[in-house]
Each structure stands twice: as structure tokens, then as C-alpha cells.
Design a binder for this molecule. Structure first.
Ligand code: CP
Ligand code: NVA
Length: 304
């Protein structure tokens, strides 16, 4: 059987994704009860980070420690990857030693190449194009607070970036409508939008996207790797800030999410994270539980 990877949300069938979210909720309850559950005993997770991280690194490492395994942090600065050893060679070698591999990098093609040459499951921990692990945590958070997201309306405000792309995939896999509000020139990948035309719409008006929405989500205006565009983007996105006033136009039950790190005064107002509709801290914590469920699924220690 071919090794199962998790490069985008499309790699796991919708019914399995739904069960994985419920498994994450169960694993969270088990941890709260202090249950000793160690399905990853003797398992090794190799974590390659070519970009910075707080939540992703800590959640994967904590998940392995709590479940009886080990995780190693690898940066290009200290490995031969940074000195030009081909990705395919690195994949062949690491996958003979590690049981599962997590990568955060730039070009999505790089993780695809890596996965093609890996004997063990590869997890996308963010590329320039997608951030699927974050979506597992986001959906878990919505389900915990409001129940199923199926049939609901989600408003994405801001850049058509990696998170936005993963929201498009999530709309397809979890069955919700997605309204994207972004300035002209910062739309998500057109082929991805075209392939999901029945559930994704794009508007240049944040107010229009948010009207009656059940979940409002945003992200930074300049992603990692776009630091030199920061000033130009500040201008382009100035009408795309999420604030409690914008949230007032959403449904009365609406929640607010942000994958973090956040920039107060840019994509969110100073008071947005403290607003009662914000669930960003639960969302951040759920990275831990959702990724445990994901690794259980990929390692076969739990089956839906
Ligand atoms: N949301 C997220 O992936 O955070 P980090 O960049 O801190 O890992
Ligand atoms: N879009 C952001 C997400 C960070 C978690 C970035 O790629 O930098």
C-alpha cells in the first residue's frame, strides 16, 4: 500500500476527516483526565523547519512527548539540506530512521518531491501554498463551540494566501460556503477557486463577506517570505481589518479565528483577540490535539 501523506486536506477523505476531528476532541478529553496514553512509544518524528514557528513546533513536539515518542528539530542551518543536499536524498535517508516526518518550507513542490521519496508519512506543516494542520485545529474549535460546520458560512478576510487556500479545501471537505474578501491582486489561486466555484465566492468588500457569516477568519497581510512587501501590503489591505464592529455584521453566533501570530492594528483591531467572539487561544491549543489525531491516523495506531 502507498504511504499516506498529509500534504493538503484533500489527502484524507471527508468522512475520515470528520472522524479525525472527533478523535482530536476525544484525545483532548483524555489528556484533561490525565490518562496515560502512549500510542507513539518508540516512534520518532523528524521535524524540518525552513521557516520560523512557535505553535507548530511546540504542538508537534509536545504531542510526541505526551504520547510516548520523540521528536527532533532539524533546521537547514544545521543540516546538509542548507548546504544543498537534494530534497529527494534527504527524504530517502530520513525516512529510513524516522517513523513520520513533518516539514515547514517555502515551495509546495518541495514537500511533494520529499513525499515521493519518503517511505514514511510526510505532514505539511505549512508551505507557501497550504497550511492543512491549522485547518484541523480550526474545524475542531468550531465543532467544540458550535457543533458541525456543515452548511455554515465562513468569511475569510484578507490575503489569498496559504491559509486561505486551505480554507478553500476545507469548504470542500467539510461542506461549508466560503466567502473570501480580498483586495484586487491578492486573490487566492484562480484554479483552486474555479474548482470549487459551487462553494467559494470572492468579493472586494469585507462587509459583504461577513454579512450573516457563522465564522470570520483572518491572517497576517504579509506571510513568511514576503517581509519586503510589508509596506505595500499595509496600504493594499487597509480596508480589510477585522474588528468587533465588523463582527457585528456577522451572525449572532459568529466566532472569530486567527491562526496566529497576529498583528494588532493591522489585520485585527487592538481589541479583537479579547472580544468574547474570539476563540483564538482554544484554536492554538487544538493544534496539539488535532495533530495527535492526525499522527495516530497516519501511523495506523487509530483507525476511523
Ligand atoms: N499558526 C501557526 O502555524 O503558528 P506558528 O507559525 O507559530 O507555528
Ligand atoms: N500565512 C502565514 C501563516 C503563519 C502561520 C504565513 O505563511 O506566514
Amino acid at each position: 500500500m502507498a504511504t499516506g501523506h498529509f500534504l493538503t486536506l484533500l489527502d484524507i477523505a471527508p468522512d475520515h476527516l470528520e472522524q479525525l476531528i472527533h478523535r482530536a476532541i476525544e484525545l483532548k478529553a483524555m489528556l484533561r483526565r490525565n490518562e496515560n496514553y502512549q500510542p507513539f512509544r518508540n516512534k520518532v518524528l523528524a521535524m524540518i523547519f525552513e521557516k520560523s514557528s512557535t505553535r507548530t513546533r511546540v504542538s508537534f513536539e509536545a504531542a510526541m512527548i505526551q504520547c510516548g515518542g520523540g521528536a527532533m528539530f532539524l533546521s537547514p542551518r544545521d543540516t546538509q539540506l542548507g548546504r544543498g543536499e537534494p530534497v529527494a536524498d534527504t527524504a530517502r535517508v530520513l525516512s529510513r530512521m524516522a517513523d513520520i516526518i513533518m516539514i515547514r518550507t517555502f515551495e509546495h513542490e518541495k514537500i511533494e518531491t520529499f513525499a515521493r521519496h519518503s517511505q514514511v508519512p510526510v505532514i505539511n506543516a505549512l508551505t507557501d501554498s497550504f497550511h492543512p494542520c491549522q485547518l484541523l485545529a480550526d474545524i475542531q474549535t468550531y465543532v467544540e463551540h458550535r457543533g458541525s460546520i456543515r452548511g455554515k458560512t465562513v468569511a475569510w478576510i484578507g490575503d489569498g494566501n496559504n491559509m486561505c487556500h486551505s480554507y478553500i479545501n476545507a469548504a470542500r471537505q467539510f461542506g461549508f460556503q466560503l466567502r473570501i474578501a480580498c483586495p484586487p491582486g491578492f486573490e487566492p489561486e484562480s484554479s483552486l477557486v474555479a474548482n470549487n466555484a459551487d462553494r467559494v465566492t470572492i468579493t472586494p468588500s469585507a462587509g459583504e463577506a461577513v454579512a450573516g457569516a457563522h465564522l470570520v477568519v483572518t491572517d497576517v497581510w504579509a506571510s513568511m517570505g514576503q517581509e519586503q512587501e510589508q509596506m505595500a501590503r499595509m496600504q493594499a489591505f487597509s480596508h480589510f481589518q477585522v474588528s468587533p464592529q465588523l463582527m457585528d455584521q456577522a451572525d449572532a453566533s459568529a466566532l472569530f479565528m486567527h491562526c496566529l501570530p497576529a498583528h494588532r492594528g493591522e489585520e485585527i483591531s487592538d481589541d479583537m483577540l479579547e472580544d468574547p467572539r474570539s476563540v483564538v487561544w482554544d484554536e492554538a491549543e487544538n493544534r496539539l490535539h488535532a495533530q495527535k489525531a492526525l499522527m495516530e491516523y497516519l501511523l495506523g495506531t487509530w483507525k476511523p
